[in-house]
Each structure stands twice: as C-alpha cells, then as structure tokens.
Write a protein that binds this ligand. Structure first.
Ligand code: SAM
Length: 281
C-alpha cells in the first residue's frame, strides 16, 4: 500500500535541485535533433497548486522555490534564469507563484514532434490527478510499477533515451531495486542518460544505492548533492537531496555549480552544494 504523496513536499529544496538538474540535462540533449524517449518512472501528479491543504500543511516550498522566486530579478546565472522563466510560464498569473510543476510538466515542456514521453505512476489517486493534466499527445500515462515498466520498455525505438527515477523510498529495498534497474537498463541502452534522485537521511540509507552502483561496473556516474542543513546525529528527516546522473552531458557540472552558487545562499546559512564523480570514465 503506497502512502507517500508528493503534494506534501511540492516545491521544496529537493524539488528545486531535481528539476533544475533535469532541466539542465534536457537542455543539453535538445541541442541535437535526433529523437529522444523520456521515461519518468515515478511521475506524481504533474502539477501542484500551492494553496492545497496538503501543501499548506508543511509549506516546504517556503524553504525551497519561494526564496528563489522572490529573488529572481536579481539572480545572475543564465541556467537559473531560464529555469525560473519556464516556471513563470506554468503560473496562471505570471507575477504570482501559485503552482509548482512536477517532473511530467518539466519533461512535457521539452517534447518535440519526434520525441516520446512515458509516465509511470502507481498510486491510484496520484494517477487520477496525473490523468487530469493536459499534456502533449506524445505523453503516455501508465498506471503500473515504474521500475518494472522501465525494464519492459528498453531498448527504445528512438536513438536516445533519458530516464528520471524518482521514487519515494518508502521501502528500504527500493535503493537496491533502483540500482539493479539502472544496471539492467544500461545493459540494453549503453548511452542512455539516467537521472536518479535520492534523499540524504541521517540513517545514510542511500549508501545502499551508491555502493551497489559503484560495485556494478557501470561507468560515468556523476553525483550532485544539495544539503539544506548540516547532518546532525540527533536530527530527523531529510537534510539533503542527491542526484546521480549516468552519462551526463559534457559541461553539466560547471553549469549546475554556477546556478547552485546563486541558490545556496537563498536556502539558508547551512546550505551547501557539492558534486563529483561517483564513478569516473
Ligand atoms: N517525479 C515527481 C516529480 O518530480 O514531480 C515526484 C515523484 S514522488 C517523489 C514519487 C511518486 O512515486 C509518488 O507519486 C508515488 O505515488 C509514486 N510511486 C510509488 N511507488 C511507485 C511505483 N512502484 N511505481 C510508480 N510510481 C510509484
């Protein structure tokens, strides 16, 4: 039984990290004309009105997208500027941040005629919400397990593949399952670009994912981590957001580091950004 609902966390610092990284990767991919299949294994609702009861309960966006939105006129970084402009286009009233879009929206924005997008969501009511979104005709929504769905769909018909794996990690086994799915996917699509999100928790549970991938023989895994606060032994809850990008576009690291230099001061005194190769070439 799935219980996680992303509406409680929409627009938080982890969403900023994840969606900005996704936006930057896709921006590189769009420099070539050849067709791309995008697969989003854990899609969520697609769009989150910030005034909804679930989102208002924790108001995590106030320590995430909100300070960036407030400061947007003075931000210098071009990637961040382009991302915030896109975010503005998701608002019914341009000057007012009332909605935060999820990964299906960010990916839909990138779709060209030749591309395809498959969205998996396995929570009945989240899938219902996703079905109410207006998406381009190349976007397919599937009510099924995302990791199994990805495994069934590779190899794909297009020359290029870009996958976002963004589970809720409600079960600890998911870290291992994600690692296994990544290895299987790359065995069929060697040059696929895979983005994998994970939480930084005091338990260090994400090490299962990192260690398993390090031991797998997969090369070119770049790690990007945004910490909202320092890791305290007696603290609970997520203190940071991690992304792995397998086969990252060349130049992505510098581009993101520059955007993060603008972002971290806005997220609080303890906020820090770091990136490195988990596994090099
Ligand atoms: N990717 C979304 C975004 O960036 O806007 C957020 C996804 S949220 C972190 C995780 C989602 O995965 C939840 O909506 C949850 O219902 C869904 N989910 C959980 N288990 C799943 C599974 N086995 N297959 C597909 N979706 C699942």
């Amino acid at each position: 039984m799935l219980s996680y609902q992303h509406a409680y966390h929409a627009g938080n610092f982890a969403d900023v990290h994840k969606h900005l990284t996704l936006f930057a990767v896709v921006d590189y991919l769009l420099r070539k004309n050849s067709a791309i299949t995008y697969i989003d294994t854990h899609a969520g609702r697609g769009l989150y009105p910030l005034d909804r009861q679930e989102t208002q309960r924790l108001q995590e966006y106030r320590q995430g997208i909100w300070p960036l939105w407030q400061a947007r006129q003075g931000l210098k970084d071009s990637l961040l500027g382009a991302w915030l402009d896109k975010l503005e286009s998701a608002q019914p009233h341009a000057a007012e941040l009332s909605h935060y879009p999820g990964s299906p929206w960010w990916l839909s924005q990138a779709l060209r005629e030749q591309d395809a997008l498959t969205l998996f969501e396995f929570h009945p009511s989240e899938h219902e919400h996703l079905n109410t979104q207006t998406l381009p005709e190349q976007a397919r929504r599937i009510f099924a397990d995302g990791l199994a769905g990805l495994s069934k769909r590779v190899p794909v018909a297009t020359p290029r593949l870009c996958v976002l794996i963004d589970p809720s990690y409600e079960r600890k086994q998911e870290y291992q399952e994600v690692a296994e799915t990544v290895v299987q996917t790359l065995a069929k699509v060697r040059h696929g670009v895979l983005l994998i999100w994970y939480p930084l928790l005091p338990s260090g549970a994400h090490q299962i994912l990192l260690n398993s991938l390090k031991a797998s023989g997969v090369r070119k895994i770049w790690r990007s981590e945004l910490k909202q606060r320092a890791q305290g032994v007696d603290q609970h809850g997520m203190y940071g957001s991690g992304m792995l990008i397998v086969n990252p576009p060349w130049g992505l690291d510098e581009r993101l580091a520059s955007a993060m230099a603008d972002i971290t001061p806005l997220l609080g005194e303890q906020s820090q950004y770091h990136s490195d190769w988990l596994v090099g070439e």
